[in-house]
Design a protein around this ligand. Structure first.
Ligand code: NAD
Length: 474
């Protein structure tokens, strides 16, 4: 496979292009390379998206057919995609298969939603002076969309952005992370095979400071949709000016275990949620609040489950945790852990690393002002924090710049409702940890966790405009 850019329906890669090497995140070998877009490539990609948008629009039925075909093609090569994800991200083969399933579901949901974009009528003649008039509000496609994605779930993030943009009737220019661009290339191939007309989906590669930056300054885009870090999210907001943005950013996700919870269920879910993709998930359990009455019992079950996790080659079916993205990322996590330990934190399991392989770690007695609790850690480290009463744990969970998703374990419906209503998060998962996400739910955060929602139905709403058409019928 020799990845190329897709611009106006044509593949582009030539000997003049600088190449970006893509590494196998487990063994560090170069597995492939992608061409870095030049300024001309970026401009051509945006021009292609703009021209395609100005031409014949796709009918909802055409969008449905193309996206359904893409879902089938993606499903048919599911194992190929999963293996590519293992190589370029370092996630385990089990995690990679789950990501492919989510991406297929995103395409299916988007295909279905393409047929449901409706509108409404407004009785403008309810106002004196507007007699004889009648208004229709249509949700019309916004225009070319710019999509930029991070490294950790490159297929699922691409699926949500590309499928929703096409379902809404838009065109798209898509720049994946320079660390993980290979599944994006395969996805663009699939969009071609699904017979998406030229110019509707354009794919370019490159670094954020060059290619990403040029995209942000292009006034032909109607909307920007970004998933990634808070720092870049802020920069995008400050740069694009008067253009709508969807920002899916970071978190320090809390999960709360009440004394009446099914402790085994909670421990299993928190393990899956805290250590998937080596903790490099925006909704990974980072702050685990456990009621004092069950602290000892829960900690024993949880720590024993975490200590059993296997760490190593992500392609091995028996491995639970693969490598972190880079040695530097693992080093950063080690520094943050050491800072907490120096200040009195106790490591209950893990705490060491070998290169990028970071042993799943559980700590307690962490001071709340330390980075381990108040900054996004993005590493396989979970902190257990005891609590006594419901209102104080709600206050502590909310005491964060972030608000993406939270988890709550309780068998009591009143507690569940009470807590869900008061937590300032985009999603609250009852009897699930913070990472649970269904492909069709509205997904996104409040505060520094972002702006807007994904999930095809909601993303389509954001990627279309209200257009009011008033008929003067005389
Ligand atoms: P990152 O912000 O470093 O990079 C994300 C993307 O932004 C990349 O494609 C990068 O090239 C691009 N970029 C960088 N500088 C840019 C610039 N100046 N202009 C335009 N584009 C630029 O993020 P990452 O390290 O790849 O991913 C980890 C982050 O993503 C974490 O903070 C995590 O919480 C977040 N994330 C959020 C969600 C969510 O749904 N909320 C999901 C996954 C990851």
């Amino acid at each position: 496979m020799q990845p190329a850019m897709l611009i106006g329906g044509k593949w582009r890669r030539n000997s003049e292009h600088k190449l970006i090497d893509v590494l196998n995140k487990y063994d560090g070998t170069v597995i492939n390379s992608v061409p870095e877009a030049t300024d001309q490539d970026v401009d051509d990609a945006v021009a292609a998206a703009d021209e395609a948008f100005s031409g014949d629009t796709l009918t909802p039925h055409q969008r449905y057919t193309i996206l359904s075909r893409a879902a089938q093609l993606l499903h048919a090569d599911g194992e190929g995609f999963a293996r590519l994800l293992v190589h370029e991200v370092g996630k385990t083969i089990k995690e990679a298969r789950a990501e492919v399933s989510s991406a297929v579901a995103a395409f299916i949901n988007a295909a279905e939603e393409a047929k449901r974009i409706d509108g409404e009528t407004v009785p403008v003649d309810a106002n004196s002076g507007s007699e004889g008039r009648f208004a229709v509000v249509m949700h019309t496609p916004s225009g070319p969309v710019c999509a930029i994605t991070p490294f950790n779930a490159p297929l699922n993030q691409a699926a949500h952005k590309v499928a929703s943009a096409i379902a809404a009737g838009n065109t798209i220019v898509f720049k994946p992370s320079e660390q993980t661009p290979l599944t994006a290339y395969r996805l663009a191939e699939i969009m071609q095979e699904a017979r998406l007309p030229a110019g509707f989906c354009n794919l370019i590669y490159g670094h954020g400071q060059t290619v990403g930056e040029r995209l942000l300054h292009d006034r032909r885009f109607a909307r920007f949709t970004f998933t990634g870090s808070v720092a870049i999210g802020r920069h995008i907001l400050a740069t694009v000016g008067v253009r709508p943005v969807t920002l899916e950013l970071g978190s320090t996700a809390p999960t709360i275990v009440f004394p009446d919870a099914d402790l085994k269920l909670a421990a299993i879910a928190c393990r899956a949620s805290g250590f998937a993709i080596a903790g490099q998930v925006c909704t990974s359990v980072q702050r685990l609040y456990v009621h004092e009455d069950v602290l000892e019992k829960f900690t024993e079950i949880f720590v024993s489950l975490v200590a059993q996790m296997t760490l190593g080659d992500p392609m091995d079916e028996t491995i639970d945790v693969g490598p972190m993205l880079t040695d530097a990322a693992a080093e950063r996590a080690e520094v943050v852990l050491k800072e907490a330990v120096d200040a009195g934190a106790i490591v209950l399991t893990g705490g060491s690393r070998s290169g990028r392989l970071f042993v799943p770690t559980v700590v307690t007695n962490v001071r709340k002002e330390l980075s381990l609790l108040c900054r996004e850690i993005f590493a396989p480290i979970v902190s257990i924090i005891p609590f006594r009463d419901t209102d104080s744990v709600i206050r502590e969970a909310n005491d964060s710049d972030f608000g993406l998703q939270a988890g709550v374990f309780t068998r009591d419906l009143s507690t569940a409702f009470y807590v869900a209503r008061r937590l300032r998060f985009g999603g609250v998962m009852i009897n699930d940890a913070s990472r649970y996400r269904a492909p069709n739910q509205p997904y996104g955060g409040v505060k520094d966790s972002g702006i807007g929602r994904e999930g095809p139905k909601y993303a389509i709403r954001e990627m279309t405009d209200f257009k009011t058409v008033v008929f003067n019928l005389g």
